[in-house]
Unconditional design. Structure first.
Ligand code: AMP
Ligand code: MG
Length: 330
């Protein structure tokens, strides 16, 4: 199979619709990361998503819909604050976990009685979802455990020859996956952190908690090692740069190409130590989130060892550090 990469236009949208209707998969852009789209109502198509990704069978998928889609056909909304969250943050990088009405294939939720739903804001994603007008099950469009894709080229890298079409919507502006929130109880519970932060939710709802690290109903997918680039990785806190530079020196002695991944603040400190080979994540939380997967992909092309410098976990950097810790796990 030859994988076509196409801009989003009338012709490619029609092609995408035909592929999905036939039970096939399409790479789609969103504002967070690229998704691997399937008709959520088709058990066979959903199973194909798990197969081509090599995704564990107990890691459920998010269902994506266009902004005029009636969510109440898919899920039950029992808490009034859910409407406030929808008004404040959708379309956008937020996923709500609600009681399922069992309209989509049960494989989407891996047999759970809940369903994760999301309305992406990316204009190309909206055009695609409106055109196909079906609930779309879509995990991130990367092989399981690999770094999530933020360009069409990243999707092609993992799925060339395995899917017929990738819709190219440019580089993702958000850069990390959506915030996943369980909104079935009285208090919204963040299962996976992202660009919409706990503070953002509190501003709208007045309350919000993180799921406890060992709670039984954390987002099932979070237990896996994830996001790993195809190079060796390590991570050090900003106050242990001497350990980082010692590791870099010994790796270079072995002939390895070494790069650092660091915020602007840490880059300045590295420069002062004579370490100039730095992939800079930037300064603001938004910039850092937008750059993190993009630069992990760049790192696997350009170095043998990537040394990340940890950042303070505040706001959107909670989500960034969650990804980076997994990507840099030994
Ligand atoms: P990905 O599509 O690769 O971004 O992963 C989707 C994330 O959403 C994973 O962390 C899943 O565990 C989570 N998720 C999807 N459906 C549910 C659900 N019904 N309950 C809790 N978490 C979910
Ligand atoms: Mg993923």
């Amino acid at each position: 199979m030859v994988t076509e990469v196409s801009a989003i236009n009338a012709e490619s949208l029609q092609k995408a619709k035909e592929i999905l209707t036939g039970g096939g998969l399409v790479g789609m852009p969103t504002e967070t990361v690229y998704g691997l789209a399937a008709d959520a109502r088709s058990a066979q198509a959903v199973q194909e998503v798990f197969r081509v990704k090599g995704r564990p069978q107990d890691n459920p998928l998010i269902v994506h819909v266009h902004e005029n889609f009636d969510l109440s056909t898919l899920v039950e909304i029992s808490q009034d604050y859910v409407y406030a969250l929808l008004r404040a943050f959708t379309p956008g990088p937020i996923t709500l976990v609600l009681k399922s009405k069992n309209v989509v294939a049960p494989q989407v939720s891996c047999g759970l009685d809940s369903l994760a739903v999301r309305i992406p804001s990316h204009a190309g994603a909206q055009a695609f979802l409106s055109y196909v007008n079906m609930p779309i099950a879509a995990p991130s469009a990367n092989l399981s455990k690999h770094t999530s894709p933020v360009t069409a080229a990243h999707v092609l890298q993992d799925f060339s020859g395995k899917i017929p079409l990738i819709l190219d919507g440019g580089r993702c502006s958000g850069g990390i996956e959506s915030t996943v929130i369980n909104v079935m109880g009285e208090v919204p519970v963040i299962l996976r952190s992202g660009l919409i932060t706990k503070e953002d939710v509190i501003r709208v709802v007045g309350k919000c908690e993180y799921a406890a690290e060992n709670a039984p109903i954390r987002s099932p997918g979070m237990k896996y090692r994830h996001y790993h680039p195809a190079c060796e990785t390590a991570m050090f806190p900003l106050n242990e740069l001497s350990k980082a530079t010692a590791l870099a020196a010994s790796a270079r002695k072995e002939g390895k190409r070494v790069l650092y991944l660091a915020s602007e603040e840490a880059q300045t400190a590295l420069f002062a130590l004579g370490e100039k080979s730095v992939l800079s994540l930037g300064k603001t939380e938004e910039e850092i989130a937008r750059n993190v997967y993009y630069l992990l992909h760049e790192a696997e092309e350009k170095c043998d060892l990537l040394i990340a410098i940890a950042m303070e976990e505040r706001g959107a950097l909670v989500g960034v550090m969650n990804r980076l810790k997994k990507a840099c796990a030994p």
